[in-house]
Design a protein around this ligand. Structure first.
Ligand SMILES: [Fe+2]
Length: 277
């Protein structure tokens, strides 16, 4: 059952609030710099490299939006959740987060993925399973809709090309939608009244203006990039200047591979990290 959470502005405190009955969470001020991450996939070394590269919390960024798949494939599921929880953050549910909870029938997964899911489920602490359990599937925050996969199918659908992106523009109402899931940084920009769109490749370390054109934006994957570039991917969103900046940072892939081999993860999952596929 998808959960749509709502956001409103508290005029007395100046805070943005999220309501998912019966709780409300303060998530930060209206205009700020967000560290945008997705698909960490239990890769602590890549996650730490991103945080180091992004700079200082409170100075270089104020809040973290994580677009799901914190766990799955990698060797550090508890450590990644616990590091994320030290940061002011909002996190969406990904398909691998749900798989780790046992919400999915993993008989449809290939044998490598099944092995990784089973190991992750058995390794996660009760507290971290409860964290994953509480993740929402869709979040609408001002000009931004946040999902893991797509606005049409928040946990499942891969937005891989302009045709699939075009079909999704009518499934959300904000100017911008942030997605993960494909592990590939890209922008799909609406260019016609009929919803047609173009794919725009990322330009790194450039603060590109968000000009009001409807866009579906993917920051890429922190822990398992699949665009033939093994470096960790992330982005910085500045909602005061309304700019988006793609970034990449190298990390010690070999250290992660060593930990994966120690827990007997399938070799195919180990090797793909160094190639970025
Ligand atoms: Fe993923």
């Amino acid at each position: 059952m998808p959960h749509i959470w709502h956001l409103w502005y508290d005029v007395q405190t100046g805070a943005l609030l999220i309501r998912a009955n019966p709780i409300a969470l303060k998530i930060g001020e209206p205009a700020m710099r967000y560290l945008i991450i997705s698909d960490i996939h239990a890769n602590l070394t890549a996650f730490q490299a991103v945080l180091e590269d992004a700079g200082t919390l409170g100075k270089d960024y104020d809040f973290v939006w994580c677009l799901g798949d914190v766990v799955g494939y990698g060797p550090d599921p508890n450590e990644c959740i616990e590091l994320l929880r030290t940061l002011p953050h909002l996190c969406l549910a990904g398909n691998h987060d749900w798989a780790a909870l046992g919400r999915l029938d993993i008989r449809t997964f290939n044998s490598d993925a099944r092995k990784a899911v089973t190991w992750t489920h058995n390794t996660l602490t009760d507290e971290n399973l409860a964290f994953l359990e509480a993740l929402p599937t869709t979040f609408v925050l001002g000009n931004f809709t946040l999902v893991h996969g797509s606005p049409r199918e928040p946990v499942w659908e891969y937005i891989l090309d302009p045709l699939i992106a075009t079909l999704n523009f009518s499934h959300y109402v904000t100017p911008y939608c942030l997605v993960g899931h494909t592990h590939t940084p890209i922008i799909f920009r609406q260019v016609g009244q009929q919803g047609e769109c173009e794919a725009v490749a990322p330009r790194y370390n450039v603060q590109a203006p968000l000009d009001g054109t409807r866009q579906i934006i993917n920051p890429g994957s922190v822990g398992q990039p699949r665009d033939a570039d093994p470096r960790a991917a992330y982005a910085i969103l500045d909602t005061e200047r309304m700019t988006w900046e793609f970034r990449r940072v190298p990390y010690d892939v070999g250290a992660v591979q060593k930990r994966m081999r120690q827990i007997d993860m399938p070799e195919r999952l180990v090797m793909r990290l160094e190639h970025g596929w």
